[in-house]
Design a protein around this ligand. Sequence first.
Ligand code: MG
Length: 288
Amino acid sequence: MGRRQVVRHRVLVSTFLGSNPSGPVLTFTLVSYQKIFLFDFDGVIIDGMHEYWYSSLLACEKYLNSPYISFDQKLYKRVPNTFKEIRPWVKYGWEMILIVHEIIKTENPLKKQTQNDFINNYHQNCQRILNDNSWIAEDLQKILDKSRKYQIDKDFKSWVNLHNPFFEVLNFMKELNKREVKTGIITTKRGIFAEKILKQLNIFPEFIFGYEYGTKIKIAAKLSQTYEILGFIEDRKKTLIDIKQNSETSHIPCFLADWGYLKGSDRHSLSDEIKLLKLGNLEELVAI
Ligand SMILES: [Mg+2]
C-alpha cells in the first residue's frame, strides 16, 4: 500500500501582497488529506446470500402481484443453487427480484439447464423480463426496500441474522481506525440497511453511500477531492475496471475481494492494476 499510495497535497497560495521592491510575497501552506479506505458492502463486509433470497422472495410474495408464481413457505428456508450462481452477475438489488421470479415461476422456471443462456446475455434478459411483465426497475427496487423495511419493523433480529459478516474484514476496519485511517462504504444497497447491520456489528464508518447517492465511480471521484484514498475493496470486477479507466479515479489502489460473489472467470486475466485480495492477506495490507 505504502509504495502504491499517491501522496497528495493541496497548496494554498495567499493573495498577492501588492507592490514591494523585493517582489511579490507569497505564502503557502501544505494541507494533508485525511486517509481513508473504501469498502463495498455486499460480498465484501457481509455475506448476505440468504437475506437477498429471503427479501426478494418476500417482495415477490407480498408486493409483486405476478400471476405466474405460487408460494410454498418452504421456499424461504433454502437458497437455490441457481440463485447463488447467478448472484455474481447482479449489480442492483431489483435484478434479484426478477431472478427470484424466474426461478419460482410455475411454467418454464429458470433452472440449472437454462442458467447459462440466462447469464450469457444477462442484461438483455433482465430488460426482456422487465418488458414482458411491464415492470419498471425503480418499482422493483422500491418493493425490495419495502420488503426489507417490513422485516426490520417486524423482527429486526431475525433480519440481521440472515447476514453473515466476514470477521476478518471487520477486524481490518477496526485496525485501520486504530491507525487513524478512516473507513467508508460505497454500496448499491440502500445506505440505511447497510448502516443498521454495521451498527449491530459495532462498526461505525465515516460514511455510507448507498445507491441513492449515484454511481460508485462518481462517488469515488468526489471523495478523492477531499480524501487520500488508500484502497477500495470490491467484489464486482467491472466496477474496479471502470474506476481504473476513469481519469479522476485511476489513482485509487483497487482490490478484488476473492471471498465475494465472483464469477469463475474474474480471478483470471486480471490487469496488473487490480490486485486479487484474499481474506487471509488483509493483515498484510495493514502491515505495509
Ligand atoms: Mg459486492
